[in-house]
Ligand binder design. Structure first.
Ligand code: GFB
Length: 312
């Protein structure tokens, strides 16, 4: 049984098929860990009994809980049951089974949307539960807040050395490029690429283009998470952001530059803007000694290269 420096530990990455889980699995393998992967055909994460049985047989040293139902603003806004129910079930089942099986370390992943819509900016960890949530993603946010609390409850009642990290808006290889359910960065990358291929004069951007967002490459997140598994053991969740925010209009302009196509931006105000601003205060993480962040343009460039090679 090992975990301390992580090397040679057996770590279950729940959600390895997703963008974040995939990045975490790659990063842990580079650290010398044995990564355990289990697809839906092996264990159904919304079924408590199935998770209990599988985990009791598998007995990992640690779990990175990256499995979740995720999506962009429209998916969140139109499928509240999926985002609330599935996420509650997945996290509760895994966390409960981890306790039953006495798993030493667990890292739960949340999201920056857990914070109040009008939280102070940059958003410190202690602004959690200080005000109303943004309505387009309150379902997902409530599920993720419950996950943080479940981890804290296990620390408090059973002394578990389990932690939670809250990443900002993410992008990178393995992202979802479906234009209805994706997040803004992959959506605009695809829209600009297809506009270039077709020679379109316009690209449609949802909302006003004014909301501000912070973006982090999933490989940078994975690096931060490995750092946290090695260096962080605290009751409070911890923010993981890049510290750089851009407006959606600026994001579209940067993507246009990377793709190399100058189309007119048409703003579709029938689509929601969501939270006006969502910049996280990641100073606690930086004070611990992690600050390994690539620039947004470099990250978009390598992501675009990847989709040109492997397709959307
Ligand atoms: O990335 P996104 O879907 O999610 O949208 P959130 C961010 C902003 O980009 C919104 C605008 O103001 C969108 O209206 N936008 C412009 C677009 N064009 C597009 C487009 O083509 N597609 C998309 N998707 N957006 C999500 C939450 O919020 O962030 C989740 O719903 C989660 O719960 C995730 O927390 C990180 O940043 O608004």
């Amino acid at each position: 049984m090992t975990v301390q420096g992580l090397a040679a530990s057996r770590i279950w990455v729940a959600g390895h098929r997703g963008m974040v889980g995939g990045a975490v699995a790659r990063r842990l393998e580079a650290e010398g860990c044995k990564v355990i992967r289990a697809g839906r055909d092996v264990v159904d994460l919304v079924n408590q009994r199935a998770v209990n049985v599988w985990l009791a047989e598998t007995r990992p040293d640690a779990i990175v809980l990256a499995a979740a139902k995720v999506g962009g603003i429209q998916a969140n806004d139109t499928r509240p049951v999926d985002f609330l129910y599935e996420n509650l079930m997945i996290e509760a089942n895994i966390i409960h089974a981890a306790h039953e099986c006495d798993v030493e370390r667990l890292l739960f992943l949340g999201s920056s949307c857990i914070y109040p819509k009008m939280a102070p900016q940059p958003i410190p960890e202690d602004s959690l539960l200080t005000g109303p949530l943004e309505s387009t993603n309150e379902w997902y946010a409530i599920a993720k807040i419950a996950g943080i609390k479940l981890v804290q409850a296990h620390r408090k009642q059973y002394g578990r050395k389990w932690i939670s990290a809250m990443p900002t808006n993410l992008y990178g290889p393995g992202d979802n490029y479906d234009l209805q359910s994706s997040h803004v960065l992959p959506a605009l990358l695809r829209k600009f690429h297809e506009a270039k291929v077709r020679g379109d004069k316009e690209v449609v951007v949802w909302g006003s283009g004014k909301p501000l967002r912070e973006f982090l490459h999933c490989d940078d997140l994975a690096d931060a998470l490995v750092f946290l598994l090695q260096n962080y053991d605290d009751y409070e969740h911890i923010n993981v952001g890049s510290g750089v925010e851009v407006s959606i209009r600026e994001l579209a302009e940067t993507i246009a530059e990377v793709v190399g196509y100058d189309a007119e931006l048409v703003f579709d105000d029938s689509k929601p803007d969501g939270t006006p601003r969502k910049l996280m205060d990641s100073s606690r993480l930086h004070a611990l000694g992690w600050n390994n962040i690539r620039s947004l343009k470099d990250g978009i460039r390598s992501t675009y290269e990847e989709v040109l090679k492997n397709g959307f």
